[in-house]
Design a protein around this ligand. Structure first.
Ligand code: GLU
Length: 435
């Protein structure tokens, strides 16, 4: 493959107005970034074609007996995007917004994310179209177990390792681990990560994505010569990523002036008591009714005059419609795909420093890797060791991406894609195509 002629630049799909017509298709957003980086890397045509296709896409119908005795059938997906660097790795989300296009994009992002932080995994993602808030715990358990059984052939510590994502948690991972173990006939802890600590989970995993966001935000502040103390921050999304990022940035000296979830957004210029808000959400499941500050709209939160904006919820919240109004100096993408490809150039023109998702939120999968290593070794680390090793990986990866962005005079997103794609491409060249 290495000897193949280089791809003429005109064969690469260039971002243009027509492509942007479907601004909100996450797979297209991923591909536009991929194409740009592939072009800069002068990727050979064969490899370019290979890396534009997911390896495996599975669609399953999941019948579930509801508590009232009726049967409902849910649709589930699992996509393995690329496994050249190791077992596929990626979360499972339960949400009404799940589509195959979205799962494909998320699986590709997992591939690039694992490569950016240089952990030995490929990328995958799964999703079930359902509304978990409308379901009882026993219905969710039946759904999880039946979905696991439906995709069991591809799961395994050496083949595909799920983890939590939007609306899934430790309890869901425990059901997956148990279902898989029952099928193979022995307890297999390393088949999922993000499990309860009592059954092979890693200390520090729950906080890892938010903690990683904190580490890279501090690196960005230092790079831009901005002090951490008193930095104003707005956080969109108050789940596992946003709430922890807010708490840890607050502990580092930042002032969290706005938080929001899908029910409400709150602003307080004097700073929000984040621990108090976390305790409220633990009790009431959302920020709805949390009255300690001014209630603002979700879009107002994104366009506040703050130093740092952390979008930590879902895809496509920063688009051509609002990117021009964003006043933050730094965006730390805690969510996967919060910015559309079309919005990238607007942010660039306005001098916004974006820490891209595949770097910013890689702390979660990094500690998932630590969990998998601990499960396989049967020897568990202290929380301090987990956090130190996480810090090393996040800081070094940030610096690797920054160096590349300076070398090629590109933004952090393109640099992160270039780093990831070149690592995946190297392994493909070494392995060759099996025929
Ligand atoms: N769902 C998380 C992500 O998008 C974690 C994935 C994992 O730990 O495998 O990065």
């Amino acid at each position: 493959m290495a000897t193949e002629p280089r791809l003429p630049t005109n064969t690469i799909v260039k971002p243009d107005k027509d492509t942007f017509l479907n601004e909100e298709n996450p797979f297209e957003a991923m591909m536009l970034r991929f194409d740009r980086a592939a072009e800069l890397l002068d990727l050979e045509p064969g490899l370019y074609k290979v890396l534009r296709h997911p390896e495996k896409q599975i669609i399953v119908s999941i019948p579930v007996m509801k508590d009232n005795g009726e049967v409902e059938v849910y649709t589930g997906y699992r996509v393995l995007y690329n496994t050249s660097r190791g077992p596929a790795k990626g979360g499972i989300r339960f949400d009404m917004s799940v589509t195959l296009e979205e799962v494909k994009a998320l699986a590709a992002w997992m591939t690039w994310k694992c490569a950016v932080v240089n952990i030995p995994f490929g990328g995958s993602k799964g999703g079930v179209v359902c509304d978990p808030l409308e379901m009882s715990a026993s219905e969710l358990e039946r759904l999880t177990r039946r979905y696991t059984a439906a995709i069991i052939q591809i799961l395994g510590p050496d083949s595909d390792v799920p983890a939590p994502d939007v609306n899934t948690n430790e309890r869901v991972m425990a059901w997956i681990m148990d279902t898989y173990s029952m099928h193979v006939g022995h307890t297999t802890t390393a088949v999922v990560t993000g499990k309860p600590v009592e059954m092979g989970g890693s200390l520090g995993r729950r906080e890892a994505t938010g903690r990683g966001c904190m580490f890279v935000t501090k690196e960005a502040l230092e790079h831009l010569g901005m002090p951490v103390e008193g930095t104003t921050v707005a956080v969109q999304g108050f789940g596992n990523v946003g709430s922890v990022a807010a708490q840890l940035l607050h502990r580092e000296g930042c002032k969290i002036v706005a938080i929001g979830d899908r029910s409400a957004s709150i602003y307080d210029k004097n700073g929000i008591d984040v621990d108090d808000a976390v305790a409220y959400v633990a009790k009431h499941r959302s920020l709805d009714g949390y009255a300690k500050g001014e209630i603002i709209s979700g879009n107002d939160l994104l366009t506040l005059d703050v130093d740092v904006l952390v979008p930590a919820a879902l895809e496509n919240v920063i688009t051509t419609k609002n990117a021009g109004s964003i006043r933050a100096r730094i965006i730390c993408e805690g969510a996967n795909g919060p910015t559309t490809a079309a919005a990238d150039s607007i942010l660039d023109e306005n001098g916004v420093f974006v820490i891209p998702d595949i770097l910013a939120n890689a702390g979660g999968v990094t500690v998932s890797y630590f969990e998998w290593v601990q499960d396989r070794g049967g020897y568990f680390w202290t929380e301090q060791l987990v956090n130190e090793r996480l810090r090393d990986i996040m800081v070094n990866s940030f610096q690797d991406v920054l160096t590349l962005s300076k070398q090629h005079k590109v933004n952090m997103r393109t640099a992160a894609y270039m780093l990831a794609i070149s690592r995946v491409a190297t392994v493909h060249r070494l392995r060759g195509i099996y025929a």
